[in-house]
Design a binder for this molecule. Sequence first.
Ligand code: AMP
Ligand code: ZN
Length: 463
Amino acid sequence: MEDIRLYNTLTRKKELLSPIDGNNVATYSCGPTVYNYAHIGNLRTYVFMDELRRTLKFFGYNTKSVMNITDVGHLTSDGDDGDDKMQTAAKKQNKSPEEIAEMYSAAFFKDLERLHIRLPEIIAKATDNIPEMIDFVKTLCDKGYGYETDDGIYFDISKFDGYGKLSRCNLEDALAGARVAVNEQKRHPADFALWKKAEKNHIMQWPSPWGMGFPGWHIECSAMGKKYLGDRFDIHTGGVDHIPIHHENEIAQSEALEGHQVVNMWMHGEFMLVDGGKMSKSLGNVYTIDDLIGKGYSPLAFRYFCMNTHYRNKLNFTFEGLDASQTAYNRLRAAISSCAEAPSSPQAKSAVDDIVSKISDAVRDDLNYPLALGMLWTLAKLPPCHEIYDAAKSLDAIFGLDLHMPIEKVEEIIPDSIKAIAETRYQARLNKDWATSDSLRAQLDALGYTVLDSKTGYELKKK
Ligand code: AMP
Ligand code: ZN
C-alpha cells in the first residue's frame, strides 16, 4: 500500500488518501442516464473513474466501487419539472422505458469494454432500489427536512446548515440562482424534489406513502450509496457539472439523514469540449465511440487522448487532436511491443526502474497520467531491450492501453454500421436478390471491406 494524494473538491486541496477501513477504499461514481448513447464527453468522465480505480488497485488498495445506472427520475430540466428523460425516449422510439434502459445500458457497457474501463464491483440500477429511496425520503420527512406539496416531497434546503459547501455558494446565492419556481408551494425556489407524485399517464410509478410516484434523481445516488457503502465512505466521483446541484443536493440529503459527514473526498472530472465549445445535437458535434470507430480510429487511441490531459483540465476534442493521438499511440505501442523479442540488458535495468518509479510517483500525485505517459515515451526511447517490454506489461495495469501487445494482434474492429450492411447483403443473398446483394458488396468494397461467402455464412474483412 503506497501513499496516494488526490484533489478533494470539498477542501480545494490535494489530500493524502486515508481510507476509513484499512486498505479498503469505497468509491461511488455517478453513472449514466440510459436514455441515449453515451457521448465521448461522458466517456471521458468514466476514463477518469477508471484511472482512479486502477491507481488504487495498483498501489495495493482493495476497491469496493459502486456505479449507478439511472433508469428513472432524471428529468429534462434541472428544476423539478419537465419530463422524465427515459419516458421521453420511450415515447419517441415506441418502446417501453425498460427496453430503452436495456438497449442503452448494453451500448454503454460495450463502450466501457472497448475503452478498457474496468467495471466497478457493484452496478446499481435505480429501479432496483426504489424501497431504499422511499425509506430515505420517509426518514428525511420524519426529521423535518422533507415537506409535501401537491406534486411531490421536497427537501427544505434552509434547514440544512451546510448547503452550498461543495460549490462554495451560500444559501442566498442558491436562492438567487434558482429559477423562478414553477411550483408555488415550494418554500424556497432552490428546494429540490425527493419524490414526485405521478400523473396517471406517467409510465414508471411505484406505490409510496405519498401515493403513486417516482424518485427524484438526486435521492437515487444518496440511497444507493448508503445501501452499498454505508453511512461513511471514502470517495465520490462525477463530472464537474454535478458540483453545484446534484452533488450539493446529495450532500444535503445524506448528511441531514445521518447527522454527520458521509463522503470524505469528492473528485470531479473536467468537461470535454468539442472544437472549443459545448457538444450539442444542433451543432452536430455529439460523437459516440461508434462514430470514432466508423471514422477509422481505435477506442484505445481515444483512451490515450483522454489520458494525455489531466482529469482536472478541460479537454478540447478535435479530429486533428485525435489523429495525433492515434499516431502517437500506434508508435508508442509499436516501440514497446517490439521489445518483446529484444534481448535482455541488465545494464538497462536501473534506467527502466527509474522510469517506472517516476511513473508511479506521477499517478500517485492526483492521477497525473499526462506526466506518466510522457515517462512511458522516455521508456520507449531507451535502446530496445526486454526489460522495457516487462516494465510496460506490468504498468498496463494502470494504463490499460495494451502497449505491450503487437499492433497486428489487435482484434480488428469492424464498425457496427459496416456489419449492418454486410448483414443486409447476406439476407439479400439468402433471398436470391442478387442485384441488392451485388450493390451492397460494391458499397462495402468502396468503404474498404471485402465479403467472402461460404456455405455456412460469410466473413467480413478489412482490405
Ligand atoms: P449523464 O448520463 O448525463 O448523467 O452524464 C454522465 C456523466 O458524464 C456525468 O458524470 C457527467 O458529469 C458527465 N458529462 C456530461 N457531459 C460531459 C462532458 N462534455 N465532458 C465530460 N463529462 C461529461
Ligand atoms: Zn449521482
